[in-house]
Design a protein around this ligand. Sequence first.
Ligand SMILES: *Cc1c(COP(=O)(O)O)cnc(C)c1O
Length: 435
Amino acid sequence: MNRSISKRLYEEARTLMPGGVNSPVRSGRAVGVEPLFIQKAGGCRITDEDGNVYIDYVGSWGPLILGHSNPEVVAAVAAVLERGTSYGIPTRIEIEMARKVVEMVPSIEMVRMVNSGTEAAMSAVRLARGYTGRKKIIKFDGCYHGHADSLLVKSGSGLVTFGIPGTPGVPDEIVKHTLSLPYNDLESVRRAMKEVGDEVAAIIVEPVAANMGVVAPAPGYLEGLRQTCTEYGALLIFDEVITGFRLGPGGAQEYFGITPDLTCLGKIIGGGLPVGAYGGKKEIMEHVAPVGNVYQAGTLSGNPLAMAAGLAMLNALGRGGIYEQIEKNNAYLCEGLRMAAVSAGVSVTLNRIGSLGCGFFTPGPVTDLESAAKSDTKAYALFFREMLDRGVYFAPSQFEAFFVGAAHQREDLDLTIQAAHEALRVVGQKCSPQS
Ligand SMILES: *Cc1c(COP(=O)(O)O)cnc(C)c1O
């Protein structure tokens, strides 16, 4: 496959942007490739600048559950574009969007729109601290909540991919109030809460961890977090930036039947434009300015273009029907990948929930960051490259999910599985088998 134009663009990009990219994992460093430069996309396919076409399982890292260039989303954006791009003054569509979010997400009575998942998580933590008057927060190893200072502790893919535990630029004084505990280990939470529970403002969790690959919560885990938060008067924050509108119309909280106090949203909610949101009980949300005194603001927040894209997306998802199909398709894909690994003699653990999946190159099981980190990242890198050469684009890191969407048809999945048989055979030959 000729990628000479991408190569040239990458050389140019590197002189102008750190690593040639605007976000680290997409650089391809972890899998030993140079990034593709994309010129267009439609349905489940992306086309690079050299004209190569790939079946895409990244979907802009989650938002594009209906596929690229979804006609409804594109038409909605085009319709508002003619009337201006942003006013910084209230608009009708913000009410429609808020109503839609409140209707769809069980625990949200009131919502504030922001511009990214990072802002959503950062603001939810600030609100929890302001509301409770407490400083400490508990998060979990391998869970990512965006790149706000106080949340950049053992935080999943971006850092794990590059082997960075924390990051320079975040002073100890700031993260000393952040406690990071192993995911899926309720006992460690109970122990910590026994010690410092009355200083804890919030426990923030990805209800399905999807930034260390994909790790589902153990039975009783989320219930246990809910219970211990209630017991100690701490808020439970579900970071549903990935799971929101992905595991179902009401996200993970509906899927598992757990009610968090605050919810962070991002990715799908913007329909491919930069949007995030946080919401929860009215009583808590009314502590946000201008009603309350917890300050949080945004020049472009709720801007009509982003709202139009997001609302079109949520309207389409709210009509239902797609979740069963994409879950079934993901099961089909995962079983096909599993069989391909078995027949190539490569140890791969397929974790799957809803339309999220991840193939860890380890015998497994993978239940937390420690077990995820046992994966053979060199084997994954080779798998990634072999798949790329066969026209399939998985995430350029072992520690990211793949996303099955409504645009993936059975024949796309079959092409992917066929490519995986060949790719894994190469991996089996070149990478020494694990114990
Ligand atoms: C992607 C992600 C974020 C950060 O969202 P950005 O829009 O990249 O700032 C936060 N939390 C989770 C769970 C995410 O997956």
